[in-house]
Design a protein around this ligand. Sequence first.
Ligand code: FE2
Ligand code: FE2
Length: 409
Amino acid sequence: MKQRILFVDEDQSVLDGFKRVLYKMRSKWDMDFASTSEQALEKMENGSFNAVVASLHMTGISGIQLFEILQESHPETARVFVSDSGEMKTLIEALGTAHQFLVKPVDPVILKNTILRVMALREYLQDNHLKAVINKIKSLPTQPEIHLELLQAISTESIREIGKIIEKNPSIAAKILQLVNSPFFGLKSHINSIFQAVALLGVDTLKALVLSLEIFSKFQVSGSLSKELDEIFSHSIDVASYARLIANEISHRREVANDAFMGGLLHDTGRLILLSCQTEIYYKIKYRYDHQPAAARLPLWQIENEILGVDHSKIGAYLLGLWGLPEIYVEVAAYHHTPTAYFSRQFSAVTAVHIADAIKHMETDDKESRVDFSLRLDLPHLDPLDLTSVVPSFITSINRLKELQPSDR
Ligand SMILES: [Fe+2]
Ligand SMILES: [Fe+2]
């Protein structure tokens, strides 16, 4: 079946331009065009679209208002914004309602690839209910006091100190990486360091971003939820630093090490989504995981598959992909349990995060059990890379790192 895409812009020449550059896609896409938000809403009433690509600036119902309406009435539809100006203020305003951002004049290749990527994601996650739930997410959960802490740091601290705070918060890091890696910034290679991202955004934009995240965050964090959130954050931060160390030891390339760190920070995004949007199911899964016989423990993702029919790797990868994050982070989230399924047979950030995650689970969840550590490792991926026998040396290096850098969390 053809994918249905609606383009909305009050400038007819822009719509004509879209038609022209996407002409060759007409065998795969059923494309429709509207010159006002009102007309777009009418068309949506008569049949749903897989994606809407709309201009931000429109008289009458604005692009942001249109997407706010669609977010509630048609959450299954992917929302791509096109800004006329490249103004940072408008981008921040749109962050809660749009999944991806483009800026005029739209590069035809970027336009086509953005839509292709969004369409591929529709096939990737089959569960329509979950898809609609994830499509409505404005931001990931975080402790409420973080916004205040960050705002204070932005006014008084250096970029380094601000970056250090964000590096300990996967939810805010994800939103910042979404912003700096959008076509808005037009960068040739992706940003894989929070410090670079903070420097690029500048103090004023960062402040506006943190304030908008505070407004988006509907998730009430208290009591046991707060403890869970702390646990996922703490796990993600450790996996990030272990993965960076492993990537440094194997690849000696800063790019791979940075990707391993950021990928590690975001690898369990799916767990954050389950905790904030499917809280009951999250606890059901956790209960089953925590009450397994010590000698035969299943990994969390297998229990998720049994209960939910899908696991957190897929859920997280879907959101990161929808938000247009660099592909390597989507791939780390998707394949961190099963790197054999990843297309690359080479060592990559995916491999580093997989090993780091297994080591972290061994340190925490498997402490009391007699589970063989190698069961957590994807040996068909690691053996051809000659990495299986090296894993103990990573554990030694990680322990040395911990002695040198006592955790300040
Ligand atoms: Fe995981
Ligand atoms: Fe994990």
